[in-house]
Design a binder for this molecule. Structure first.
Ligand code: F6R
Length: 268
């Protein structure tokens, strides 16, 4: 794993966008895995700006979203399909037939999950999987206790996740209590994984992700098993890491970058 720490969440997001732009420039048909939530919003904002400046395009890219709430349709403002349109897709040129999000209204969630896995395989697998991190260590909606070999499936959300996400819902349209999510094994099948973690509230989860032994009670610790993970954090999220002391440790430093400037860079 490779860790880069930035002074602010915006700089961390800029670094992720730099990686996305490089990827899309090198391979315009890149297959991306994308998350929702608060963490990637500055990424999507900056990516839209980069696309407007013609630094890259999503016109030939294929996208697989990590997860979708179960029981809500794509036009429901609670759905991740709705979130993705508002945050990204409505603002950029893309091929709608190459945008994939699990169907939250599927009558047979098991069949829908198999279909989603088959679609990922048919696209050639995910080149770059961008992830956020739940405070309880979930990635996608793989809650603590998720099997390491799990694939896309219907899962129940924990009370911890429901309360962390309650801020996104109104009382008259409560949060769905289950979701279809890529599994841990689906995520680990991606060729590269970029974990973006920002904010002090994620500091303990990030510490356990990187520094504790792999345990499915901390699903994100499974990322230690992948051979190409870049962790991009702001100083708040990195504040409990013994490996990030704010100095430039530069083991990965041959890559030249104009900006943003990392406070600390480290191979774990
Ligand atoms: C969302 C997802 C989740 C979030 C996580 C962090 O598609 O897969 O794992 O990445 O819940 O959410 P935020 O960024 O809102 O703190």
């Amino acid at each position: 794993m490779h860790l880069e720490v930035f002074a602010s969440a915006d700089e961390a997001a800029a670094r992720v966008v730099e990686m996305l732009v490089n990827r899309l420039t090198t391979k315009p048909t890149t297959v991306l895995g994308l998350p929702t939530g608060a963490t990637p919003l500055p990424v999507y904002k900056l990516l839209i700006q980069a696309i407007d400046r013609r630094q890259c395009t999503l016109g030939q890219a294929t996208i697989f979203n990590l997860d979708e709430y179960f029981g809500v349709g794509p036009d429901d403002p609670r759905s991740y399909a709705h979130y993705m349109r508002a945050a990204l897709f409505d603002h950029v040129n893309h091929r709608s037939d190459r945008i994939n999000i699990p169907n939250g209204l599927a009558e047979d969630p098991r069949a829908e999950s198999s279909r989603y896995e088959a679609a990922i395989s048919a696209a050639g697998g995910i080149d770059l999987m961008l992830l956020g991190l739940g405070r309880n260590g979930h990635i996608g909606f793989n809650e603590p206790g998720s099997p390491a070999m799990s694939r896309t499936r219907l899962v129940a959300l924990t009370d911890n996740t429901l309360s962390a996400n309650a801020r996104y819902f109104r009382p008259d349209a409560p949060a769905p209590r289950s979701a279809i999510t890529m599994g841990i094994a689906t995520i680990l099948s991606a060729r590269q994984i970029v974990l973006l973690v920002t904010g002090q509230s994620k500091a303990e989860a990030l510490r356990q992700t990187l520094e504790d032994p792999v345990s499915m009670q901390m699903p994100s610790s499974a990322l230690q098993l992948h051979n190409d993970v870049v962790v991009v954090a702001d100083s708040g999220a990195a504040s409990k890491l013994s490996v990030a002391d704010g100095s430039r440790k530069g083991t990965a430093g041959s890559r030249e970058r104009a900006q943003p400037e990392a406070m600390g860079v480290r191979s774990l």
